[in-house]
Design a protein. Structure first.
Length: 262
């Protein structure tokens, strides 16, 4: 009985803790005609409209698609919501949610074999969710409290693919970007290669998104004259975001970069 009571208390505490940090992200929607983009947004502690703050856009993976406006926070949401990081790196953090049957990137995905086969189609224009993300980002950056010299982009898996594509569609927007276990069109990097520092992550044992996807993008960036950081974890499968989030220099590296210094 005592063990059951202790377990119940632990579950309640964990649930409260989770709800506590998730509640820092306000629930919002962007509606354009028949299309809706749900998103969560967190403002800095003691937010003042008269001050300027960095903006972070985070693109989730395929497993967090839907319309509950919660799942997209599962991976990465807590990273920015701790009291320590809010004090050290105050920022406006946006987590949009992609609808269930769509993708951030314009890509054909063949899941008949694993790792999955990807065919990127940037030339056919952005998907509806990607276009709405760009509109949301533009409207956020235009606010007087947003620092357009410190706009950062992160994404994992499907969101890592979206990160590479969004960089190609808005090559002059981001001060730095972090794509994790993603991929993209190697022919698309010339516009942002020399302007935007990247830290690319992947797991060597990834059996969902082949690590060659990131390797090809890094190779293309190097050929275009960029100097990306590239971390490949020999022990990691698809969940390489966990060791990436644990990197002590991850956020210091991100916030180090400002567009005006590049």
């Amino acid at each position: 009985m005592k063990k059951q009571l202790a377990l119940l208390v632990l579950l309640l505490v964990c649930g409260f803790t989770s709800a506590q940090w998730q509640s820092k992200y306000e629930e919002k929607m962007l509606v354009q005609g028949n299309d809706t983009l749900r998103y969560r947004i967190m403002y800095p502690k003691n937010f003042k409209e008269t001050e300027k703050y960095p903006v972070i856009l985070f693109l989730h993976g395929a497993g967090e698609r839907g319309n509950d406006n919660q799942s997209q926070l599962v991976h990465g949401g807590k990273l920015f919501a701790t009291d320590y990081l809010q004090e050290r790196y105050p920022a406006i953090v946006i987590f949009p949610q992609c609808p269930k049957e769509s993708y951030w990137s314009n890509v054909d995905v063949d899941r008949s074999t694993y790792p999955i086969h990807l065919k990127f189609k940037y030339d056919q224009g952005p998907t509806t969710p990607m276009q709405m993300v760009m509109d949301l980002l533009d409207s956020t950056i235009q606010q007087p409290y947003s620092d357009d010299n410190q706009v950062y982009l992160m994404g994992l898996s499907m969101g890592g693919m979206g990160t590479f594509e969004l960089l190609s569609r808005k090559p002059d927007t981001f001060a730095a970007a972090i794509p994790i276990c993603g991929g993209g069109d190697p022919n698309s990097v010339s516009g942002y290669a020399k302007n935007t520092p990247l830290w690319v992550f992947h797991g060597a044992q990834d059996n969902v998104v082949n690590p060659l996807q990131s390797i090809e993008m890094v190779s293309a960036l190097l050929k275009a004259g960029a100097y990306p950081k590239f971390t490949i974890y020999d022990f990691a499968n698809h969940g390489s975001w966990d060791p990436a989030f644990a990197e002590p220099e991850l956020l210091p590296w991100l916030f180090l970069h400002k567009k005006q210094n590049q």
